[in-house]
Design a protein around this ligand. Structure first.
Ligand SMILES: Cc1cc2nc3c(=O)[nH]c(=O)nc-3n(C[C@H](O)[C@H](O)[C@H](O)COP(=O)(O)OP(=O)(O)OC[C@H]3O[C@@H](n4cnc5c(N)ncnc54)[C@H](O)[C@@H]3O)c2cc1C
Length: 378
């Protein structure tokens, strides 16, 4: 085996694997380097399963529209896998005045991006999801939203990419990039192996920052973790995705019956183990469960069987960077998905592939450039 390829992708999450699949589908030699022994061992295997069109800013909204209208509906067939994708709509729930004010902000965003959504009162919300309590005062109904199985989706991309000839090397911790004649060409790993390619795609989630620094790029990530919990199996109840307007919880019932809920308390940023594995706090699950029980009393006595945390590679403006960096030719950044990357990964894989091949992108992502960050306060 040689260590050269047309394109090297760093990171085997849903973004890296969707890109590897698209490149391999078009006949390119692609090598994916993954530091973990397991494929998709980042946010992609830890996320809350939401495939949401609403509540997004441009051009992330266009990536979501491309994914949800054009790709998700037939993606399982294309990848020959059951992704458990369900488009049953979502309700963003509100009780307090501040939560109701958040609904207005969400509706304003949707009006701007063209995502279909509307305000409903508590009674209509309960018609859509009869398990909701009278605690729901108002909600936003977004009919195009849904959910899918994140691990199944990431592995489906991985398997499809492998079938098409993509090479995955796990246990390869990338530590640096190196330029040759002004272009990024070499990828160095902790084990001392050197890989070479014409294009390098950096899709290593939160760790992209450390790797990008080796060629002088500073990515303004915020330190944030998000947590999820999963319940014991319940009989089929509803397919609509639910979330609380202030982010206390979001989630849905999985195909096998467990409920998967994510959320944050805004205290996670004070977590100490910033450089290590993301850890659960003792506050998160309890906080989520209290909120869920108020809105969904039917789940009040359901047991939580597991909970976990994952890094959000959160940018300061909550939008990713997707660009071949002009100052560092040969390097394409595809990171900073800020807790929103699973739903849009199908379109992102296509766009990143087009950037790598020097083609016009099917979604204009020029606003997601690295140089959109300017010094403030001067
Ligand atoms: C708790 C939680 C809930 C979420 N909920 C949702 C949701 O409901 N809907 C949604 O759309 N998004 C959600 N997200 C966000 C979504 O999961 C991410 O945006 C998406 O998975 C990003 O995919 P990725 O491939 O860019 O990154 P990752 O999945 O993080 O993949 C990066 C990969 O790079 C590898 N890597 C890291 N460093 C190196 C290195 N040095 N060398 C080689 N490999 C390396 C990692 O091991 C990992 O496998 C959530 C995230 C979390 C954490």
């Amino acid at each position: 085996m040689t260590n050269t390829a047309d394109v090297i992708v760093i990171g085997s999450g849903v973004v890296g694997s969707a890109t590897a699949y698209e490149l391999a589908r078009r006949g390119h030699r692609v090598t994916v380097l993954e530091r973990s022994p397991n494929v998709g061992d980042g946010a992609s295997s830890r996320n809350g399963a939401g495939v949401r069109l609403g509540g997004r800013l441009s051009p992330e909204a266009e990536l979501a529209a491309k994914s949800i209208y054009e790709i998700w509906p037939t993606l399982g067939e294309e990848l020959d896998a059951d992704l458990e994708y369900v488009r049953a709509g979502s309700l963003t729930l509100a009780h307090s005045e501040s939560q109701i004010a958040s609904l207005d902000k969400k509706l304003a965003k949707d009006r701007k991006s063209g995502a279909p959504s509307r305000l409903v009162d508590g009674a209509e919300a309960r018609e859509i999801c009869p398990y909701l309590s009278s605690y729901v005062e108002q909600a936003v109904w977004s009919e195009m939203d849904g959910h899918a199985n994140p691990m199944a989706t990431t592995l489906a991309y991985y398997r499809a990419a492998r079938r098409l000839g993509a090479r995955y090397i796990t246990g390869e911790n990338v530590v640096a990039l190196e330029k040759r004649q002004g272009r990024v060409r070499r990828v160095l790993t902790e084990a001392g192996t050197v890989y070479e390619a014409d294009k390098v795609i950096l899709a290593a989630g939160f760790n992209s920052r450390r790797i990008a620094k080796t060629v002088g790029l500073w990515i303004p990530f915020l330190k944030r973790v998000d947590e999820c919990l999963i319940t014991e199996v319940q009989p089929p109840m509803f397919q609509v995705r639910l979330s609380c307007a202030d982010g206390n919880f979001y989630g849905s019932q999985t195909r096998h019956g467990s409920f998967l809920f994510g959320g944050n308390t805004n205290l996670e940023r004070y977590e100490e183990c910033y450089d290590g594995k993301p850890m659960n706090t003792n506050k998160q699950a309890a906080d989520k469960c209290r909120a869920i029980a108020k809105f969904l009393p039917a789940l009040k006595n359901v047991k939580v069987v597991r909970h976990w945390a994952g890094w959000l590679d959160s940018m300061v403006d909550r939008l990713p960077i997707i660009q071949e960096i002009p100052e560092v030719p040969g390097l394409i950044l595809a990171c900073g998905f800020s807790g929103h990357g699973f739903a849009i990964a199908p379109a992102v894989g296509k766009v990143v592939t087009q950037l790598a091949l020097g083609e016009p992108a099917c979604v204009d992502v020029s606003a997601l450039s690295y140089d959109r960050f300017k010094p403030t306060g001067v």
